[in-house]
Design a binder for this molecule. Structure first.
Ligand code: SAM
Length: 175
């Protein structure tokens, strides 16, 4: 696990079209060391897909749906955490990461469709991963890797039923 307690808040999720991307936001967050994902929508399909991966591949990542984003942000701040909103309109990541890193409890907001303007004011940091439009998955991955100073690729996942044995060729697993 990381030095940071990092949790994702996914807003704007539309179950009819965002299920795959939101699941990949959660899986990326888990693989790169975040503790869990709050989903500001109702989608048991996403919750179940992520729970299935956690069962097989280990670790303790949580996914909670039906979260109200305003109270989620308020509660997070009240518990001493800071809020980072990933947006191409923000301050470029390399120019802000040193200021963010000393905070141990970080809520990372990523959008799907247009994000409510209020979020920009509620966030402690509005952070761009380049000032070009791309994706919540790529921006989250780069943010988590910079937060962990490039050490996000080697987390342990205790309790896994299956583990990959890295190989130069072919597929090797144990468990
Ligand atoms: N069209 C939407 C809008 O104008 O707000 C943005 C949609 S974008 C596909 C979905 C999410 O990806 C954004 O809410 C943001 O969290 C993230 N994202 C996309 N490009 C980004 C960038 N360059 N830096 C940081 N986050 C980015």
């Amino acid at each position: 696990m990381t030095d940071h307690e990092t949790v994702i808040l996914r807003i704007g999720h539309r179950p009819e079209r965002d299920q795959r991307v939101t699941t990949h936001v959660g899986l990326t967050a888990r693989a790169l060391g975040a503790r869990g994902m709050f989903l500001a929508a109702s989608d048991k399909g996403v919750v179940q897909s992520i729970a299935d991966v956690v069962d097989r591949w280990g670790g303790e990542f949580f996914c909670q749906d039906n979260v109200k984003w305003r109270s989620c942000i308020k509660d997070w701040k009240a518990s001493g955490g800071v809020v980072v909103h990933l947006t191409m309109y923000g301050i470029n990541l390399p120019d802000a990461i040193e200021e963010i890193r000393p905070n141990k409890k970080i809520l990372v907001i990523v959008g799907a469709e247009k994000v409510p303007g209020e979020i920009y004011g509620l966030a402690d940091f509005n952070i761009a991963v380049t000032s070009q439009p791309h994706s919540e998955i790529s921006s989250l991955a780069l943010f988590l890797d910079h937060l962990a100073s490039g050490k996000s690729l080697s987390h342990e996942f205790p309790g896994a039923q299956i583990r990959i044995i890295p190989s130069k060729a072919g597929k090797q697993t144990e468990g």
